[in-house]
Design a protein. Structure first.
Length: 442
């Protein structure tokens, strides 16, 4: 009976360009016909407006109209976050939207803003009743706690050298979507590095996030360096993840350092950072990009300094599971008097920057590293990659450059991550190095 009525209604409807003719003046028949037509539109911005009607023949004439319509309500489904004030801040970009807004673009901004999103939120429009439209969004937040260790082994003059790093990372322990990162590195018996990093993206439900970074470093018993960074974090369409902050620190030479022309130095200034992260996985990404640009400006002793850090990486999947990763790192420190204390030089080399060399083997006021990593994806959790790291202290990569090259095996699953890399360098043909990284997720 319902099918017969539906077919009967279809017989009363004629569709022309931008116009609908219903061959009837009966109220219920017109109402049912318009309901069928509205469902076929699948467009919540369109509606039918009566233009005219005629007798003999009985007919009603309707025009299709379009009108920008606001989202009346949000239906939010979010995983792992229970704090309402945090959720309110996360979904704030979806408030006061129109139906024709680009939800995909908004979703990309959301995953770029928060470290615990790796994929755009699912969204769908729902017709609540004849006049109200709701937006359903599903936010798949992923918090990962882990402890990681990196061990470097190298043979030097028939003697094995051992270096290592250790990290503990905890997320959302206080249900504030925060993270805590504690890092320790031993380069040798004389050099140690300790870092502490804590972030609250929306403390007490505020829009502005807060981040504190503490750094203590002891280098070869020559000097110690202490640095604090106090940062406010927000998001803008122009700069993406944006940070504004204050820097304060000092370096103190030891007695040995004073005899080697190291001097006490204090510095303070302001920082500005812009970052965007669209990688599909924090531990073993296969596609997406990461961009972070930082500028520090301030005073050191009696002169002005500018520090620039650019960190870029791009991950692509080519055909037949072929992978290509391209990374670039630049760190430069410039002083108005041209006199940069050696204790503020950037150290590089080793597993995290220039593979095939010892940890912090090189030191310079500025350097750049270009990394190329072609590889193959064995399956969704395992990769094999070749790599080459080009490093230079000058603008020209190939002017007195250092190069580390080799191959590695990488595996990431639900509970752990393993990196094993065998690397050599262009300065010493018989000094190979093994970098081993293990991450335990909990």
């Amino acid at each position: 009976m319902l099918i017969f009525r539906f077919l009967l209604l279809i017989g009363f409807i004629l569709c022309q360009e931008g116009k609908i003719i219903i061959k009837s003046l009966e109220k219920q028949l017109i109402k049912d016909s318009l309901r069928i037509l509205y469902n076929d539109l699948n467009n919540y911005e369109s509606y039918y407006e009566l233009e005219s009607f005629t007798y003999n023949p009985n007919a009603s004439y309707y025009n299709i109209k379009n009108k920008s319509k606001s989202i009346d309500s949000l239906i939010v489904k979010i995983k792992s976050i229970k704090n309402k004030s945090i959720i309110d801040q996360i979904i704030s970009p979806y408030l006061n939207l129109q139906i024709n807004d680009d939800f995909n673009d908004i979703g990309m901004n959301v995953i770029s803003r928060y470290y615990f999103f790796t994929e755009p939120p699912y969204h769908d429009l729902k017709l609540i009743d004849s006049s109200k439209v709701g937006l359903e969004i599903y936010l798949n937040s992923i918090f990962e706690n882990y402890a990681s260790a990196i061990i470097g082994l190298s043979e030097n003059s028939n003697k094995w050298d051992l270096t290592g790093e250790f990290t503990v990372h905890i997320e959302n322990y206080l249900n504030q979507a925060e993270f805590l990162d504690v890092y320790w590195r031993k380069t040798d018996s004389l050099s140690h590095l300790f870092k502490f990093d804590v972030l609250f993206p929306h403390p007490l439900g505020n829009k502005i996030g807060v981040n504190w970074k503490y750094n203590f470093e002891s280098i070869n018993k020559l000097y110690t360096k202490v640095e604090n960074r106090y940062i406010l974090k927000t998001f803008s369409n122009l700069f993406d993840n944006m940070e504004l902050g204050y820097i304060k620190g000092e370096t103190k030479p030891t007695l040995v350092g004073k005899n080697n022309n190291y001097v006490k130095n204090s510095f303070r200034g302001f920082l500005f950072t812009s970052a965007k992260d669209s990688r599909n996985n924090r531990f073993l990404p296969t596609k997406g990009s990461f961009f972070k640009n930082e500028i520090d400006i301030g005073l050191q002793n009696q002169s002005t300094f500018v520090q620039i850090i650019n960190n870029l990486s791009m991950h692509r999947i080519l055909k037949n599971k072929i992978l290509l990763n391209v990374k670039y790192l630049f760190k430069g420190l410039f002083d108005s008097n041209g006199n940069i204390p050696k204790s503020l030089y950037h150290n590089y080399g080793g597993a995290s920057t220039l593979r095939g060399f010892k940890e912090n083997q090189f030191s310079s006021s500025s350097f750049q590293i270009l990394t190329l990593e072609p590889g193959i994806s064995i399956n969704s959790t395992s990769q094999i990659r070749l790599f080459v790291d080009f490093a230079s202290k000058t603008v020209d990569f190939f002017d007195k450059y250092q190069a580390g090259y080799g191959f590695g095996f990488y595996q990431s699953n639900k509970n752990s991550l393993i990196h094993i890399e065998y690397a050599m360098n262009n300065l010493s043909s018989n000094n190979a190095k093994i970098h081993f990284k293990f991450v335990s997720k909990f």
